[in-house]
Write a protein that binds this ligand. Sequence first.
Ligand code: SF4
Ligand code: SF4
Length: 442
Amino acid sequence: MELKHFTKGGVHPYDSKYTSEKPITNAHLPKQVRIPMNMHIGAPAKVLVKAGDKVEEGQLIGEAVGFISANIHASVSGTVIAVEKADTLVAKGVDYVVIETGGSIRNWYDKKFDYSKTPPEKLLEMVKAAGVVGMGGATFPTHVKLSPPKEKQMDIFIVNGAECEPYLTIDHRTMVEKPDAIIEGVNIIKKILGVKRVMIGIEENKPDAIEAISKASEGDPSIEVYALRTRYPQGGEKQLIQALTGREVPSGGLPSDVGIVVQNVATIFAIYEAVVFQKPLIERGLTYTGEQIEMRGNYKVRIGSPVQELINEFGMPAEHGTVIAGGPMMGLELTDMKFPVTKGTSGIVVLPKKKDYAVNDYPCIRCGRCQFVCPIGLEPWYLKTLTDKSLIEEAVERGLLDCIECGSCSFVCPSTIPLVAMFRFGKGFWRRKQAAAAKQAG
Ligand code: SF4
Ligand code: SF4
């Protein structure tokens, strides 16, 4: 099979996929869940419950506000013991609904909904009602992504099965264990988008997933399965689109600008469950892993489970380095183990001390390695110089907002400069400045 690949930059970190043969199993029900109201990009959901309320698993507890927002549901049955403000990994003072677990566990799988005669608009409504968001980490509300502007004609739907981040294997296992569900999810999306062509890209280091998905889609000429060369960030939307179709998403543009919608495997599985079993997004698969973790594996975890509960269940060595929510390249360091698993948490990765990403920040030696690996073709060393000097406007002119925060530049930098963290800060600063200016202008 010919290997597809993106053409510019990229790195090949040791993939550390220790859990690729571990079947997905259920984590214990947590004693308590802490569910933040902004697990998605866009407006936070509005809290619908108060302390003392009894809630059922799957009940709507946070209502989407506006178009770019997402519903939030109780991930367990129990009693709301608090509605409080607390920080998340990315925002301060967010509304949390805290539920003490107790009461019935619902069986979502006793009845299948036949969607064959359901119109696309109704299917889209079901996805929206279920609170599905991009589960590869992007957390963009899925109903918005599945509603591209009418004036833009979509002709290809791409399934992102690359899972190019080191350590993570949950998408891999989902493809191996649930290939028919993935293909059914693909058919639902095809119907919503009205596209006739589907391209599925899976990195070559998952031959069993390529085989399972190829078998499940056999006989359907609209679905093509491709093996991708293993090179990070092969699963970046722009890189995947280029690898599979040769189309280039323009700077500042979206996949819909080139007639394409991309969804990752976990999101497609959530869409399948939302439509076929009318199950809202109340749990997700994640990889709990690290060199020294004995019980590393792939687990289904209720949304809102505090990471500490997973540590209690699956263990954590006393001597360890950084704990990361997501993969080591694009994930965020956990500073407090009370933080919950959210809709976007694809993994909890415990790095040993020796592999910590050091933050010594030696001076830039102008070696140019960061520029060589940047898949967007940016000059990270130069963007760093500009952000260091607070020349954010100039950095934006040099492409700061095009940075996909893949971390390739930080990974290769011999001076261990935390480049991607600086770019995240610079982008956040720029967006806040723009928002303030827009507010002032009325
Ligand atoms: S983090 Fe940004 S600047 Fe660095 S390699 Fe990735 S896209 Fe380029
Ligand atoms: S890799 Fe690091 S040291 Fe080398 S040019 Fe880039 S920022 Fe400077």
